[in-house]
Every structure is written in C-alpha cells, then in structure tokens.
Ligand binder design. Sequence first.
Ligand code: CMC
Length: 436
Amino acid sequence: MKLADNKATLSFSNGKPSVELPVYQGNIGPDVIDIRKLYGQTGMFTYDPGFLSTASCQSAITYIDGDKGELLYRGYPIEQLATQCDFLETCHLLLYGDLPNAAKKVEFTQRVTMHTMVNEQMQFFLRGFRRDAHPMAVLTGLIGALSAFYHDSTDINNPEHREIAAIRLIAKLPTLVAMAYKYGIGQPYMYPRNDLSYSGNFLRMMFGTPCEDYKVNPVLERALDRIFVLHADHEQNASTSTVRLCGSSGTNPFAAIAAGVACLWGPAHGGANEACLNMLEDIQRQGGIAKVGEYMEQVKDKNSGVRLMGFGHRVYKNYDPRAKLMQETCKEVLAELGLEKDPLFKLAMAVEKIAVEDDYFVQRKLYPNVDFYSGIVQRAIGIPVNLFTGIFALARTVGWIAQLNEMISDPEYKIGRPRQLYTGSPRRDVPPMAKR
Ligand code: CMC
C-alpha cells in the first residue's frame, strides 16, 4: 500500500477536534481513507451496511472497473483470458500470480489431475441425503466434510497445507458436483478419467454412464471451460468476503470454502442464474415474447417485489464484460446443438433489448450480468437448473482459495470483526413472570 500525498480531514460540527486520516493509493482504482485509528481517536465507528464504501482488505488478485465494465485477473483482461487461456491456466494465474509457461502448465495440470478422486467413504456420506436434496445443500455438506477426510491439509497457517488443500479443492469439486447430480437422478457415480481435460472429465462424470463410452463434444467442453474462467474470481463479493471472514478465525480451508458455497447459494448472488432461468421459463409459460412488456411493468413496480433476474450489479454500472463473452458462447453452443431457434434464447434476447432501452434500467445503470446468458448455455448442455449454482461454486473455488491464501499471507491480517450501531433497549431488569 502506498501513502498518497494528501490526507483526509474529518471535522465535526459540535466543536470536537478534527482528525487527520491517512489516504492510501492502489495501483489503479479509487484511493482509500484509513480509518483504523478512528475509534481510538474519536470513540466513533463508521456506519456502512452492505459495505457500500468500505474496502475490507488490500488485494492484488482481481480488479473491476464497474463504470467501464472492465474485469482483470492479475492485470489480464477477462476477454483475453477467456479466448486465449483455459481454466487451469487461469487457476495457476489466480493462485500464484502469473500465467504458467508450457512446462509449468503441464506440471500444474498433472498436479491437479492426480487429485480428482475423492475418498471412497464420501459416497456413503452422500447417501445420508434425500435424493431430492438441493445440490447446493449437498455440496455445502460434502465440501465441509472434506476436512474430515484430509487431515494433512487443514492447518491454515501452514503454507504446505494450504497448497495441498488448494489443489485438492480445485481437483475434487467437479467430482463432488457430478456425484451430487448422479445421486439425485439415481445413476452410478462415474470415477474421474485423468486423460481428459478438466471440463471434458466433468462432462463425462455428469453425462457418461458405465454402460457405454462417452465422447466429449469439444464445443461443449470449450463452453464449460469458458463458464469456469468467467466465474473464477470477482474480488470482494459476498461469498468471497464470507470465505475471508470465516477463514480469518483460523478455521481450516475446507470449512472456509464451505461457508463460501453457502453464501453463494442466495438468489441475489450465485443463485441468480437459476432464478434467471426460472424467470424466463415463467414468462415463456405465460405467453413468451408477447408477455415481456407486461413482465417489465411488474419489475418496475416497486410494490411487486419482482426483479429482473440476471440484470444489475453492485459494481458494474455498465455492461458486465462476462455477459458479452457468455452471449458469444451461448450462440456457439446453440448452433452446435441445432438449437438456434431455442425459444428461451429468443425470449432472453427480447428481454435484454427491451430492458437496455427502457428508462427505468438506463437511469439506474442496470445491464445484463453474467448470469443472464449462463443459464441458457448450461441448460443447452443438459445441466439441470438446480445445479447451476453448483457449477458456479466449482468455478469460484479457485478464486476463494486464492483470496483466502492472500489474506493469510498478509501481515496486516486480523480476525474479521465488524462493529455495530446499537439501536436496542438500554439496560433493563428482567421482570418477574407475572409482570411480563
Ligand atoms: N430489477 C429491477 N430493479 C433493479 C434490479 C433488477 N434486477 N437491480 C436493481 N434494481 C433497482 C433497485 O430496485 C433500485 O431502485 P431504486 O433506486 O429506485 O430503489 C436500484 O436499481 C439500485 O438497486 P440496489 O438493490 O440498491 O442495488 P444493489 O447494488 O444493492 O444490488 C443486485 C445489486 C445484483 C443484488 C441487484 O441488481 C439484483 O438483485 N439483481 C438481480 C439478481 C442478480 O442478477 N444477481 C446476480 C449478480 S451477478 C453474479 C454474482 O456476482 O453473483
């Protein structure tokens, strides 16, 4: 962190002495005012529900310029990574800070591939769930349970443990997601095949059966890989902040990632792709494109509680760059599968067209986000709607671990402990039962 030339002065209208606060500069993006000594100097906290103006950490991993619609992983634009690198190269970049050269790529791929299998006991643990359990409920449990199986990588303060945990999590997530799916539909689990690519292996574990050979379709393999790259990290969003906060207590990496999975499940975050597809299917059932106008009226009516899912973002006040790349992939996949006339895709295009021209959305800078098209791609590939967020969790795991490892290695790291503005009752005495 670099100190800026200027300082911030906080003054009070009640005559209290003003305080000078240091200002730090990042490499790009807004400066921050350091308020760490504020309580000591003034006896006051800052108030910022939802962290609208608060940087909770310093980070060198991901940068977002929400006004420009720019996303960089370790400085590289998402457009270049999505078109020139695969997911495992992206994982290497996020974890270690740079893209691997050819030799390092082989070595890293080999290392991840050698950890794709999960402990055989895992399937008995899985058996405790109802067959109709939501995959995110299952995944939260399975990922948390990894800490009960891999005792040699649970010490968050040991860099070697953190490294093995990172590789295990990246390698095993596809296996666990596919197991959760197969369990739900009552098919046998498919063991990983280490001669396939990361996404090719996942496709086979999802859609293959022991009865016949599974041939990986390269267009779907590439599409899935792109979904993984686009979702790999997104700086301090709700689930990443959850992983950091959970990990700040010193808990093991598997437990911290399970906390991230639980947070991601919500419809305002990772659950939005599922919610978005359900919304499109709902509009389709009500009459399709002809009903979009009516649906938009509900969205704009504050009393309806209806939001246009897949639209809007806390940080992007411009087109989400991931949404553009996802739209491209969507077209490729639908063409490959002969689904160009897919009514849901047409409906999505109609919704997008109306929304980006509508004053309500323009004024509030609400643009499509990555989830708007990713659901259509996943549905075309054959992934069931309730597994969409699980796919997101699979892809985001590397980002969560990179952020967790960065936090632990930061000399300024402390257990996370926000403060509050108390609005409850002042001290009072418990009345006897007869007087309550
Ligand atoms: N549909 C209709 N109105 C919206 C929407 C939407 N999707 N998103 C925001 N608004 C309105 C909101 O009602 C408010 O209007 P007003 O100023 O008149 O009260 C204004 O826009 C600002 O909204 P906000 O709720 O203060 O914005 P936020 O930054 O807190 O919320 C968000 C961001 C993503 C939660 C929200 O845009 C949303 O609920 N979108 C739909 C869910 C979604 O697609 N989520 C995926 C996010 S991207 C993937 C990820 O990172 O997980």
